[in-house]
Write a protein that binds this ligand. Sequence first.
Ligand SMILES: [Ca+2]
Length: 320
Amino acid sequence: MTAGEYSEKQDFSTAAPPLMVQQKLAILFVCISCGEQQQAELEDQPDSLDKGLDEGLASEARQAVEHLDRFYDSAVPSPGPVINPAVIGSFSSNSAMMQDDPDQFNDCAAVFKLGNKESGVYSLTIPDTKQQFKAYCDMETDGGGWTVIQKRFNGLVDFHQTWKNYTMGFGDILGEHWLGNEIISKLTQEKQHVLRIDLTDWEGNTAFSKYEQFSLDGEKQNYRIHLSSYSGTAGRTSSMGQPGSDFSTKDVDNDKCICKCSQMLSGGWWFDACGPSNLNGVYYQQGQNTNRFNGIKWYYWKGSAYSLKATTMMIRPSNF
Ligand SMILES: [Ca+2]
């Protein structure tokens, strides 16, 4: 044997079994599209399948992203104009405050109309009950009076929560949180509501999506979402997916896919199969936020692979 000659036999047995990766990819593809042709596409990817599990997972993400880009066919619009860059800053700097008589207020719109026009945490009462809850009121954006139902901006709260936790709400009311499906359902069944969604990307752009009619059914109907009259700057098309989608979490699968979208994409959401959005996905920090199919996604603004920096979902009665 001469110097430099390769003397060690390469051992391919240490690579992860291609079959395992292939099965994982197959599940992913079927999940996203509920179609059948993707299995054939998988078999055209022998290179990625042979590079082992880590490479396989990276490939999985890339493939999923590429597939979603084809699946939702319209081009991604350019980022909209800066709407209200102050919202996120004001949110985290406000201190909690309480009004004198919480029995009077079912929502932040009622608080606002009685003269409390400072954003912060207020104690409210679920309609037709004595049951109180705390909510963050945004009194500045788009005329104020908004009851915040979801907030993310720093990744400190885990949103991959159970059905029970999404029902009851979780997180820090002054930080990241989910208000709770039961409260949202009660509020939006009591009277007609508007839903507004404000989004911030990692380049400092903001955009919003707004629905003039929004309601959630009760738990027996899996907190099914109803939306109409879309407008806003976060895409010409709504990213909320199909109207009438049921809510799913990691432990309760109500989506229209043979897979479990919540387990695959993380977080609780109104997954379709699995749909063009998930504002409760994994929070990725700047620099880690691209090529992420399980991040905080709003497809028609930033595409399927981009995970957003900050989100706010908030509701207000239509007659405000
Ligand atoms: Ca399913």
